[in-house]
Design a protein around this ligand. Structure first.
Ligand SMILES: [Zn+2]
Ligand SMILES: [Zn+2]
Length: 267
């Protein structure tokens, strides 16, 4: 058994050692056999080794060629399998890459869409605020217009009332002037009847105010010098000149509080 194992093991070791590291393994063999085995066995082994060495020399070339072919076949299959693995790996990587790219693209589109929606919503909110503001402003303007139309109606009513007042005042003035003219006529006729006796009285009253000479009509009841040409409201007395009208607070005839006044033209 031992010899058989010794016979069988060295060829493998030496064969491998010759392929890779011949010096180290051969030295180790020589040491191990020299220390452990007997001289006879050593000689026998040496003989066997020589014999085997000759056989190896004869069988070395074909076995190495066979081994190389086997190795090359194994290498080819390994290369083939590795190439297939590489192809699968590359395909898987490409698939993964495409999937990742698609996901990133989708995310990018979603982000873009979200940003666009947000900006559109913001602009919509701004426009709604503007519309609301414009509506409020429009309502304010409409309210202002309604108020102005009411004021216009009020002023028109006031103007109509003033016109009516002025018309009635004109009628009263005409009646008063007619009455004054009639009184003057009767006074003149009476004076004509009195004759010479009345001349002295006429001479006494010959002096008249110069302002009163240039204009005719009732005199102002406040200053008693200028002609009364202002009608006070609401009592409607024609009793003040324009100068006294500026400072008068009440009517000098009836003492009614002055509300407003209207200047009239007698001719
Ligand atoms: Zn006056
Ligand atoms: Zn009055």
């Amino acid at each position: 058994m031992n010899s058989y194992s010794l016979q069988m093991q060295p060829p493998q070791l030496i064969e491998l050692s010759q392929l890779h590291q011949p010096n180290v393994v051969s030295t180790g063999l020589r040491l191990s056999f020299g220390g452990d085995q007997q001289q006879y066995q050593n000689q026998n082994l040496q003989n066997q080794q020589q014999h085997q060495h000759q056989q190896r020399q004869q069988n070395l070339v074909p076995s190495s060629t066979l081994f190389l072919s086997v190795v090359s076949d194994e290498l080819a299959t390994q290369i083939k399998s590795q190439r297939e693995e590489l192809d699968q790996f590359l395909q898987a990587q490409g698939k993964e890459l495409r999937r990742t790219l698609a996901e990133k693209r989708n995310r990018h589109y979603h982000a873009l869409l979200a940003a666009a929606e947000e900006s559109v919503a913001r602009r919509l909110r701004e426009k709604e605020a503007e519309v609301e503001k414009a509506t409020r402003r429009n309502a304010e303007l409409e309210a202002r217009a309604a108020q102005l139309s009411v004021e216009v109606q009020v002023w028109q009513a006031k103007a109509r009332a003033q016109e009516a007042t002025a018309t009635s005042l004109q009628a009263q003035l005409q009646q008063a002037m007619i009455g004054c003219g009639a009184a003057a006529v009767t006074q003149d006729s009476r004076r004509g009847e009195e004759g010479i006796e009345g001349q002295a009285e006429d001479a006494e009253s010959a002096y008249v105010d110069p302002e009163r000479m240039v204009s005719s009509g009732p005199s102002c009841k406040a200053c008693r010098t200028r002609v009364a040409s202002v009608v006070l409201l609401p009592c409607r007395h024609l009793c003040l000149c324009t100068e006294c009208d500026r400072v008068a607070q009440a009517c000098p005839l009836c003492l009614a509080v002055r509300n407003s006044s209207v200047e009239v033209f007698l001719s």
